[in-house]
Design a protein around this ligand. Structure first.
Ligand code: NAP
Length: 494
């Protein structure tokens, strides 16, 4: 079950929001009465309420907005109990002064906005002394592993307990707490009014992560990187899980560079089945995988970790995604490598994606030429992957059949830029831009105007995720559906 926190400054807006949430099938709503500008009229808020409620009146030291004095606040909580609220949130230090009455259930709570303390079990036992129906422990995660400690404590709890972490590191425990026995998690009504740091919205919790469908059997996956908040991978993978009926959940897992080894070790306790890997971990993550992989050896970086027979294996699905995208643009079978013998491919850029493109095109038999703004980087890449290299200034005079942009030029917000002049493009060329925000980059617009064949970064992005999906689940990915979902999302976000 998801408890949706609702804070409004006026009673009428609070009632209206509550009604809206009921229409959106919310099963439990937390009325944050400390948000109200006037003294809470509990009777009017609870009369004919459309869903069960938790009444919470948070004081300023717990990041609440209550402006009255402490005695008035406790009076509001007692009133809510007398009025028959389903739950009342009572902080542990006032538990003795708010007596149990009627059917109202007591949520005895502890919040820590600074850290996840070492003594979590002591805190749990102290809360258990406060006559709880439900214990609530919410702490700030300062490292991803804080989530693991909270979830471990939750698994051991014998009183029904809601426990998770706040902050950007905390998403994983907000979503997985149900799997470890929490009777519900908390979510926000909308992203504009965040009640607690890192809180997810009701829509995200219910529709994207499908909190209510997660069981102890649900397999856990995620994308690791930093930053990660805007990653589109959770959307793609969770959509594919839902479409195929696979029992899995896929989470954004922010892991700063210095925390990688420690976090992956700790996350073993959560029984995670697979990771997508993004910047800055694509190289360091190889230390964690114990099975060699051809693609990874060629590129020197991985974008996927998956488990086979209990061992972590690394691979790079960008490699196959690039070949598949080219094959599709040339109307060839995407299940076999396109034969590009005798073709000349010019690759712009020398970063991680360029490395994957060079290796993939070489495997298809093409002659690969690389060019990069910083010459030294191109030189190193050309030496390591044994391809040709030309100066960045000369890229327009290179006669190529396929042009692949692996630089970030043209990416949002600088959408009017292109790494290649329009008059350098020829009709016979295939132009592939790996940039996918926006999908129709300036380079691709120019290429279409010159009647070139084109391929998009959005297709590559979906295909690399589809390959991961296949490794994670053993199922065929719904590629077209994933593509449609991503296009719809990106056009709505514009
Ligand atoms: P990276 O390692 O940071 O490399 C960035 C590349 O862009 C470098 O070659 C850099 O040249 C070049 N560059 C940046 N600004 C430039 C400018 N103003 N003029 C010329 N060159 C410039 O990044 P990456 O991981 O390889 O990713 C590169 C791009 O690929 C991303 O921006 C993204 O749009 C795209 N991408 C697509 C997918 C997909 O699935 N479709 C996945 C990941 C990334 P210097 O070496 O001179 O700095």
């Amino acid at each position: 079950m998801i408890c949706v926190s609702l804070g409004r400054t006026r009673h009428s807006a609070m009632r209206q929001g509550h009604q809206q949430l009921a229409e959106q099938k919310a099963e439990l709503v937390e009325l944050r009465v400390d948000w109200l500008r006037k003294r809470p009229d509990i009777g009017s808020l609870l009369k004919d309420r459309p869903t069960p409620v938790v009444v919470t009146c948070r004081r300023p030291e717990d990041k609440g907005l209550w402006k009255g004095d402490e005695e008035q606040r406790r009076a509001v909580l007692r009133e809510a109990i007398i009025a028959g609220a389903e739950y009342v949130d009572i902080e542990i230090d006032i538990a003795q002064s708010i007596p149990r009455y009627g059917k109202t259930k007591r949520i005895i709570s502890y919040h820590n906005f600074d850290e996840t303390p070492i003594e979590l079990y002591d805190i749990y036992h102290k809360l258990a002394q406060g006559d709880p129906d439900i214990i609530k422990i919410v702490t700030m995660a300062n490292a991803p592993s804080d989530n693991v400690r909270v979830l471990e404590m939750l698994r051991a709890a014998d009183v029904p307990t809601v426990a998770f972490c706040m902050g950007e590191f905390g998403t994983i425990s907000r979503i997985l707490c149900g799997q470890r026995g929490a009777p519900f998690t908390y979510a926000g009504f909308s992203s504009e009014r965040e009640m607690a740091p890192g809180q997810l919205t009701y829509a995200e919790t219910r529709n994207l992560y499908r909190f209510n469908k997660i069981t102890p059997q649900t397999k856990i996956f995620g994308v690791i990187g930093d930053p990660i908040a805007h990653s589109l991978s959770p959307l793609l993978h969770n959509t594919a899980f839902r479409k195929t009926g696979f029992d899995g959940v896929y989470l954004p897992l922010r892991i700063p560079a210095d925390f990688l080894a420690e976090t992956l070790d700790e996350f073993e306790k959560l029984d995670i089945s697979g990771y997508s890997v993004t910047i800055p971990h694509k190289e360091e993550v190889l230390d964690f995988a114990n099975v060699p992989d051809l693609q990874v050896d060629l590129i020197g970086a991985a974008n996927t970790l998956f488990k086979r027979d209990g061992a972590w294996q690394a691979t790079n699905t960008d490699f196959d995604a690039i070949s598949e995208t080219i094959a599709n643009a040339l109307s060839l079978d995407t299940n076999t490598k396109p034969q590009l013998t005798g073709k000349r491919v010019l690759i712009l850029g020398a970063g991680g994606v360029a490395r994957a493109a060079v290796a993939a095109m070489q495997q298809c038999g093409a002659v690969v030429v690389v060019t990069n703004r910083s010459k030294d980087r191109a030189k190193t890449l050309a030496q390591e992957l044994d391809c040709l290299q030309i100066a960045w200034a000369n890229r327009g005079s290179e006669m190529c059949d396929i042009l692949i942009n692996c630089t970030s030029v043209g990416m949002h917000p600088k959408v009017d830029e292109s790494p290649y002049e329009q008059h350098w493009l020829r009709e016979s060329m295939l132009v592939f831009d790996t940039v996918y925000t926006p999908e129709n980059t300036m380079l691709l617009k120019h290429a279409r105007q010159r009647d070139c064949t084109t391929a998009t970064g959005l297709e590559m992005f979906v295909r690399q995720a589809a390959r991961q999906f296949n490794l994670f689940t053993g199922l065929e990915a719904p590629v077209e559906y994933m593509m449609e979902t991503l296009r719809r999302y990106l056009s709505a976000a514009r």
